[in-house]
Design a protein around this ligand. Structure first.
Ligand SMILES: Nc1ncnc2c1ncn2[C@@H]1O[C@H](COP(=O)(O)OP(=O)(O)O)[C@@H](O)[C@H]1O
Ligand SMILES: [Mg+2]
Length: 397
């Protein structure tokens, strides 16, 4: 493994390698230099870096990863709570979703795609004795969930499938095109929670080994937490706290520190605060809060007065103590624009979703006239049917 050298952020300001796993926050209004600073950091890292690119402007930093090939969410892995949030379900609808997932899980059926989930929902409606074992499921709730699934499919067609990412297998700098995920409220948060959770589970303890073995950069972090259910925030929080022992450093990139929950902000060992703008009372309050939470004597005026590429830096010293914030011009990293790979028109694992306008008026019963097998089971079911028929024909002779 390459030795990690101290990372020079700006003239006279270095980030000591052992504090990369104490996590970093990069904040600033649009156009103040966050992307360039993230690039400077990524280029200084000797370990694999995974960048979640929510806006499509970080592609020039490394090998592009497209979700339909590398980084999908699995319905079962995501779980009912996070999914209910992404689907924006009412309590009754979330109840139906819980039952469908539990019912499929008890039968050993993994649900990967939204089509699988649709099958399970139809299953709980049509299978006998579901009510007695799991509680009553109303057809209205299921129908509403089905409609929400369609909306999700149309907004983010490639988000769900069997190709979940293995964060432990990264090499060099990889940039995940996450704009599809970020476009649907709740989905980005669920994805980040799932990714961090799996990263944590996959990697072994390394203790305080001195440098990061993996860095994950989360662009547009505010989208992770806006409207994120408290249970999910808590899950992310606890992983952020513990993942350091696995040698993972996290970089949160967002407009304002106020975008992050306090409990996560409090865990950032390094902060790079670019300029903020204060056109509204809320933005003024955010600038004050940003200044007050920096170590040293920083005022809102200092944060508001930063020019493009300038930042207030609060980096730990060699002993890990945050140094008083100081203004510096961050090294500029130019990023060539890249061609973003367009999704395939047809994708064998996820057929193009039906047209929402047409389907909303159609009864669920017509959407899936029979009990639909979850994919995978479809093959087994089909094979069983074929051999059963062959056997019957042989016996009939
Ligand atoms: N450190 C820097 N020094 C000089 N110019 C910079 C620096 N960082 C950014 N810029 C300029 O500002 C523009 C916007 O920067 P960018 O990193 O895209 O901002 P953000 O990501 O905060 O919206 C860049 O195109 C670049 O010209
Ligand atoms: Mg940017």
């Amino acid at each position: 493994m390459t030795m990690q050298a101290p990372i020079s952020i700006a003239p006279g300001h270095v980030l000591p390698p052992r504090y990369i796993t104490r996590h970093v926050g990069i904040f600033g209004a649009t156009g103040t230099g966050k992307t360039s600073t993230a690039a400077t950091l990524a280029r200084g890292l000797a370990c694999p870096v995974l960048i979640l690119d929510a806006k499509g402007d970080l592609g020039g930093l490394g090998r592009p990863l497209v979700p339909w090939r590398h980084a999908q969410l699995s319905v079962s892995l995501m779980g009912a709570d996070a999914l209910a949030r992404a689907l924006d379900l009412s309590e009754a609808q979330a109840g139906a979703l819980h039952i469908a997932l539990a019912w499929a899980s008890d039968r050993g059926w993994p649900l990967h795609t939204l089509a699988d989930l649709r099958g399970a929902l139809n299953g709980v409606l049509t299978a006998p004795d579901v009510g007695a074992a799991y509680g009553l499921v109303s057809p209205q709730s299921v129908r509403a969930v089905q409609r929400s699934i369609l909306r999700l499919e149309r907004g983010s067609p490639w988000a769900f499938g069997p190709r979940v990412m293995d964060p432990a297998k990264g090499q060099g700098v990889a940039v995940l095109q996450a704009s599809d995920l970020a476009a649907v409220p709740g989905l980005y948060g669920a994805f980040v929670a799932d990714l961090l959770g799996r990263t944590f589970d996959r990697l072994g303890e390394v203790g305080d080994r001195g440098a990061a073995g993996l860095v994950i950069m989360i662009d547009e972090s505010h989208l992770v937490f806006s409207g994120c259910p408290p249970a999910l925030v808590q899950r992310i929080e606890s992983v952020v706290r513990l993942i350091r022992s696995k040698g993972v450093g996290l970089v949160f990139i967002s407009q304002s520190p106020a975008d992050l929950p306090d409990s996560i902000l409090a865990q950032l060992g390094s902060r790079i605060q670019h300029g903020l703008r204060a056109a509204t009372p809320r933005q003024q309050a955010a600038a004050r809060a940003a200044a007050e939470t920096m170590p040293g004597n920083v005022t809102a005026a200092d944060v508001l007065g930063l020019g493009t590429g300038e930042a207030l830096l609060s980096l730990p010293d060699d002993r890990g103590v945050p140094k008083p914030a100081a203004v510096a011009r961050v090294h500029f990293s130019d990023l060539a624009p890249v061609e973003v790979e367009a999704p395939p028109v047809h994708f064998s694992d996820a057929p193009p979703p039906p047209d929402l306008a047409q389907v909303e008026a159609v009864e669920v019963a017509k959407l899936a006239p029979r009990w639909a097998w979850p994919s995978g089971w479809q093959v087994i079911g089909g094979a069983a049917g074929f051999y059963g028929l062959a056997l019957a024909l042989a016996l009939a002779r």
